[in-house]
Design a protein around this ligand. Structure first.
Ligand code: BTN
Length: 254
């Protein structure tokens, strides 16, 4: 009764009742034990020290949501192109949820999943680089699925439950995410970079819209034109295109 229909992503699945962070757990396995097969998935029912991007915490109601990490070995990818892996994973997750949620679903640069201006999930991709190659990538994904409400202060969050008023089978959803990610990952591996980049771009939140941003102390209007090969956000403002990294720019709500 293996519901994981792909070739390798999710074929080696470990489900934990409780862990600090599935990313930490997978990284510890890599440093302490024998080599793990590519596509190994560590899933947790509860993370008590889940981590997000930029040193944020990732808090998720136990048993309600998806919190998991996938091991990839993208040795074919040059470290300067690591954002292509981010694109690959983002579109895989996006396409799975798109069939459930329809319009309104977007990828917010660099790798958040948004539904109508609210955050449905995100990812924390930790690459282990040797020389100029990525030999291991720990792809951590957190998605709000069956959580009905969120604590004060996480006002920007939403869940599939809040949108569709139904519960979803987490394991089934995980298996679907794994097969979508695997399909895109195989495209990446086959060198179909244009497909990966254009798929990512066409799903991007605020693309080609006049919006407000903050960079440092400055608030300005600009238009997202795309994402550079290296992952920097390209914003057209004051007659030219400026590039930003994650620390440098913030999206301001209307
Ligand atoms: C973000 O939006 O800032 C990224 C959130 C990533 C959360 C996932 S949950 C599974 C994996 N383990 C972690 O500690 N973090 C990621």
């Amino acid at each position: 009764n293996n519901i994981f229909s792909g070739l390798f992503v999710g074929q080696n699945l470990l489900t934990l009742k409780e862990v600090d962070s599935t990313n930490n757990f997978l990284k510890n396995l890599l440093t302490n034990s024998k080599p793990l097969p590519e596509g190994t998935v560590i899933m947790a029912e509860h993370q008590y020290a889940g981590r997000g991007q930029q040193q944020n915490k990732w808090v998720s109601q136990p048993g309600k949501n998806l919190t998991f990490s996938i091991l990839f070995k993208p040795t074919f990818l040059n470290a300067v192109n690591q954002f292509d892996l981010t694109r690959t994973i983002s579109v895989g997750v996006y396409d799975t949820l798109r069939t459930l949620l329809g319009d309104g679903l977007k990828i917010k640069w660099p790798n958040d999943i948004y539904y109508n201006d609210r955050k449905l999930g995100g990812m924390l991709i930790e690459n282990m680089v040797q020389g100029n190659r990525i030999n291991n990538s720990v792809v951590g994904i957190g998605l709000n699925i069956n959580q009905g409400d969120f604590p004060e202060g996480i006002g920007n969050a939403t869940s599939v439950k809040q949108i569709l008023h139904k519960d979803y089978d987490l394991r089934l959803l995980l298996s679907e995410i794994c097969s979508h990610i695997e399909a895109y990952y195989l495209h990446l591996k086959a060198g179909k970079i244009d497909l990966i980049r254009s798929s990512y771009l066409s799903r991007l939140y605020w693309l080609n819209e006049e919006r407000t941003f903050r960079a440092g102390d400055e608030i300005f209007t600009g238009i997202i034109k795309g994402v550079a090969d290296n992952g920097l956000l390209q914003v057209y403002r004051d007659g030219l295109t400026a590039s930003y990294n994650l620390k440098e720019i913030e999206f301001l709500n209307k």
